[in-house]
Design a protein around this ligand. Sequence first.
Ligand SMILES: [Zn+2]
Length: 252
Amino acid sequence: MEQKKTEAIILRTKDLGESDLIVTFFSSIYGNLKGVAKGALRSSKRFVNSLSTFSLVDVEFRERSSGDLVLLESCELLDGFPGIRSDYNLLLRASYMVEMTEILFPSNVPSSEMFQLLRWALGSISNQQNADESMISFQARAMKIGGFGINLSTCSRCGRQYKGEGRALFHPPSGSIVCLGCEKESIVTPGIEPDTIHALHRLQSSERPLSNRLECSDNVVRELKAVLTSHIEHCLGKRLKSAKYLYPVGCQ
Ligand SMILES: [Zn+2]
């Protein structure tokens, strides 16, 4: 089988016997793959210091004639994002990002845009630059790339166009805004300010560069967190495992 090479981020590793490692990685070209790194648990020059979770690597692999696992030939570390390991809250955020990537992009669904987003987000929190706001940017953009962007242009009930002015509501079951004429504000349909809708629009737009500075008021940041958390749980049909640990420590 032909040897392939791609940049990738290590999502998970698991011991296999005494010397091998099963490695799950999200690659720039081929999406989510799982492979065997033979001899990685012994000292191996082919994988030196490169197979840690969250690391950005250059990986060479071959597909095998049978089974789902590819065979890792070599792996070179490009960036280990060491800042992530220095802080438990950053580790939780990175785990959340990895979990969301795996759910949105299971095996055989490549997305170089998602790879670039994950790479940016891990780098951003590793540098400890506004981790909270990096997380919001990641969540909004990841959902959009995964095909779950929030509809911000029309009320999902009456179809009325949102003209960018006035308070609206977020309706999680439809992943959309609704107008105040169609629904009442409540815990399940929280109100959102125009600034929050504009901010979400910017975050979802792939033409806008990613930023760890949202330049929004505290209230907008609070509303963005509430909308995105609710939207993600509704779309993915569950609360992410890592989210259980994130919420109690007030990261979201
Ligand atoms: Zn309406």
